[in-house]
Design a binder for this molecule. Sequence first.
Ligand code: HEM
Length: 424
Amino acid sequence: MTLFVQPPQPLALYGPDFAADPHGHYRRLREHGPLAPVRIAPDVEAMLVTDYQAAVDLLRDTHTFSKDPRAWQATVPPDSPVLPVLGHRPTALFSDGDEHTRYRDAINDSLALIEPHILRAEVARVAQQLIGEFATTGTGDLIAQYARRLPLHVFITWFGVAPDDGERIVDGIGGMMNSAQGAAAAYADLVDVVTRLVADRRAWPRRDLTSYFLAHPARLDNDETVRQITLVMSAGHDPTTNLIGNATLHMLTDERYAGSLHGGAMTAHEAINEVLWQDPPLANLAAHYPRHDTEFHGVRLHAGQLVLVSFGAANTQSGPATSDAGARSGASAHLAWSAGPHRCPAKQPALLIAMTAIEQLTSQLCDAELAVPVSELLWRPGPFHRALVHLPVRFTPLDTTVTADPDEHSATASGSTSTVSIGS
Ligand code: HEM
């Protein structure tokens, strides 16, 4: 008699149940081995890697796995809400080999212009300004009033975006990452803003990263430039917001931090590092597609099939099932930045922004505490991110507000000379 092993039913990796308990979902998925089937939208299935060693192997194996989604994409409904994140564009994220190197060089060389000490000073200045806007009230939502706005300011400054377009950029990025209805329109709006920006800088270059992308030896055409900038914005803004939010929540709820924000730089550093292990802002991504039918860690995969890596699951795997526990003992061995050729190129600026943002919170709102029970906090739906909807806090009102230099702010926000966080 032949025994057929029934493949497990795909587990839904989106919606309120997943958002409320991602680690419970990861535990269930691990029971099926290093990879398990998931649904990331009503019509879209994928294999999810939950095993740490399998994740590292996949991320480094460019012979077996491609980043080009086009064959898979042809099998997905064209209006699928996951396509704004996973659908092909001519960018570093969706290319292999020489094409990837060309795009990646333009991104790396542009990000290398960012001077850390200037970025730190600028982030601290904007943080003080943002905190000053609600410090006298004794309450605030640290996502809407702080963590979402701080990285936005950085991106506006880097790329020279007109201030009126700032909200459209944040809404566009947020909408595509939510991967629900409206995701395609949100992405289209983001592209529209950046297309106008690139056309403007092609005609009238300025001292900003948009102009630098256009002048880069990779000789990107307008559409390629739009797509790289959109990638940097979308890959950068939401995760940075979520790292600030998740690490701040960690400090507010973990008993070692005594439920408030007081503490020094080391405390912020520890909170960020622990969150990168336990609740990485990009929870499930690194979309890969087998170049041919293959067996991977004992699982049959078909050519062109969508395979995702769960950074959240791989990082938190423990016990004897861990293939290589030793590799996971080092403080920097988590996969929150991914690994291999597509690892995050912006780890240092992202860390610096998040660290400075939290240091400013801890020094200014030192007795801040959660204003609602932790069980009432809401998390954004969507398979790819770990992202708070809100982070309501209360604290002793400050009786002095921090005044920002209005001239400096308008010069920066207008994008006329964006030198504040980019070295000359
Ligand atoms: C806390 C903040 C951040 C986290 C946790 C993070 C994490 C990641 C991860 C996991 C990937 C791999 C994604 C994949 O392969 O599908 C990635 C790629 C990328 N990230 Fe980040 N990132 C962060 C911030 C940023 C920032 C601030 C920028 C830009 C300024 C940025 C730009 C990029 C780009 C362009 C890629 C694609 C690289 C490639 O495919 O070669 N990230 N990031």
